[in-house]
Design a protein around this ligand. Structure first.
Ligand SMILES: Nc1nc2c(ncn2[C@@H]2O[C@H](COP(=O)(O)OP(=O)(O)OP(=O)(O)O)[C@@H](O)[C@H]2O)c(=O)[nH]1
Ligand SMILES: [Mg+2]
Length: 301
C-alpha cells in the first residue's frame, strides 16, 4: 500500500547549515540530497547565497538551507555574505553546525558559538572529514565540543565517504516538529536552472583559477533559452572580474582557460538539466565590484 501522505506523525521543518568556511557544509548537503545542487571547492568562501535543498522520506521532510561560511572580513562583499549566513538561522527549526575534524577554525567558530548562545533553537553538531583523522582521535574532539555548547546531538561524519549520514538525518528527524511536507516530494531545490548554471560556472572558476581570481569573479546568466524540440538549452553568461589583469588571466593563453571553464561547466549543466547545452561565455571588467554595494546587488548577491 502507498504511504499515507497526511500521516498525523509526519514531521517536517527547516534546517540551517552553519559553519566556518571550507568545513564541508555544501558537500554534506549534496550527499544528503543525492545530487549536486550546491557547488563545492577546496577554497574557502565558495558558497555565497543561501541554497535550499530538500530531503524527503516516507515519514519526514528536512528542508536544508546551506549558507556561506562565517568568517571575519572588512570587505563589503564578505560582510554581506556573512549576513546572509547568520540571517538564515531566524527562519529555521534546527541549526546544523558543521566543523572540520582535521582542522579548527578558531576565530570563525568563536563567532558562531557566540551567536548560538544567543538563540534557543536545537543545534546538532556534525564533525565532518573524519576520514582525515585517526579513529581514536574522534572521542577527544567530540568531548571538546560538548564542553563548548549543549548540542542536541554530536555526529562524526564524512561527506566524502558518506559515513554516518543516516545517523545525522535521524538526529535531525527527532528534532522536527509534526507537520506535513513543505515542498512537493519530488523536488530537490527551489533554485531555478539558470541560477544553478551560473553557480556551476562559478565553481569551475574556483577550481581552475588561483589566487584572488575566484574572489574577484561573479557570474551572471544573461540569457537561458530552452529549445524543447531539439532537447537543447542555449546559455549566454558573463564572468565579471574586478581588474583588467584578471580578465587576461581568466581568458588564458589563446583563450585556453576560458575554454576549460566553459567545457567543464557545460558538461555539468548538461547533466543537471538532462539536455544538450550550448554555452557562450564572456568576460567583463566591473571595477572593484566587491566593494560597491550597488554592484554587489546587481550581480545577484
Ligand atoms: N577529506 C574530506 N574532504 C571533504 C569532506 N567533506 C568535504 N570535503 C572537502 O572540503 C572542501 C570544502 O568543501 P565544501 O563543501 O565546499 O565546504 P563549505 O563548508 O561548503 O565551504 P564554503 O562554502 O566555502 O563555506 C572540498 O574540497 C571538499 O571536497 C570529507 O568528509 N572528507
Ligand atoms: Mg559551501
Amino acid at each position: 500500500m502507498q504511504e499515507n501522505r497526511i500521516d498525523s506523525n509526519y514531521r517536517s521543518g527547516f534546517v540551517a547549515i552553519a559553519g566556518a568556511p571550507n568545513v564541508g557544509k555544501s558537500s554534506i548537503l549534496n550527499h544528503m540530497i543525492g545530487e549536486k545542487i550546491a557547488i563545492t571547492s577546496k577554497k574557502p568562501q565558495t558558497t555565497r547565497n543561501r541554497i535550499l535543498g530538500i530531503v524527503t522520506r516516507p515519514s519526514f521532510q528536512l528542508v536544508f538551507i546551506d549558507t556561506p561560511g562565517i568568517h571575519k572580513s572588512s570587505r563589503l562583499f564578505n560582510i554581506r555574505i556573512v549576513d546572509v549566513a547568520l540571517s538564515a538561522w531566524s527562519d529555521t527549526d534546527i541549526i546544523l553546525f558543521v566543523v572540520d575534524a582535521s582542522c579548527s577554525e578558531r576565530e570563525s567558530e568563536e563567532i558562531i558559538v557566540g551567536n548560538l548562545k544567543g538563540q534557543e533553537k536545537p543545534v546538532v553538531l556534525a564533525v565532518n572529514k573524519i576520514d582525515l583523522i585517526k579513529k581514536n582521535a574522534r572521542a577527544a574532539i567530540i568531548e571538546q565540543w560538548a564542553a563548548r555548547y549543549p548540542f542536541k546531538a554530536m555526529i562524526p561524519v564524512s561527506a566524502r565517504h558518506g559515513t554516518h549520514m543516516k545517523e545525522l538525518l535521524e538526529a535531525m528527524r527527532l528534532l522536527l516538529p509534526i507537520g506535513p511536507p513543505l515542498f512537493p516530494e519530488d523536488s530537490l531545490t527551489d533554485m531555478p536552472e539558470r541560477l544553478i548554471a551560473a553557480e556551476l560556472i562559478r565553481e569551475k572558476i574556483f577550481r581552475l583559477t588561483g589566487q584572488e581570481i575566484p574572489y574577484s569573479s561573479a557570474v551572471v546568466v544573461d540569457s537561458y533559452s530552452a529549445e524543447d524540440e531539439k532537447n537543447l538549452i542555449k546559455i549566454r553568461a558573463t564572468i565579471h572580474v574586478e581588474q583588467d589583469s584578471q580578465k587576461g588571466i581568466i581568458i588564458g593563453k589563446k583563450g585556453s582557460k576560458l575554454k576549460a571553464i566553459g567545457e567543464q561547466a557545460r558538461k555539468e549543466i548538461e547533466h543537471m538539466a538532462g539536455k544538450k547545452v550550448f554555452l557562450d561565455l564572456f568576460v567583463r571588467v566591473q571595477k572593484n565590484w566587491s566593494r560597491d554595494a550597488k554592484a554587489i546587488e546587481r550581480l545577484g548577491y
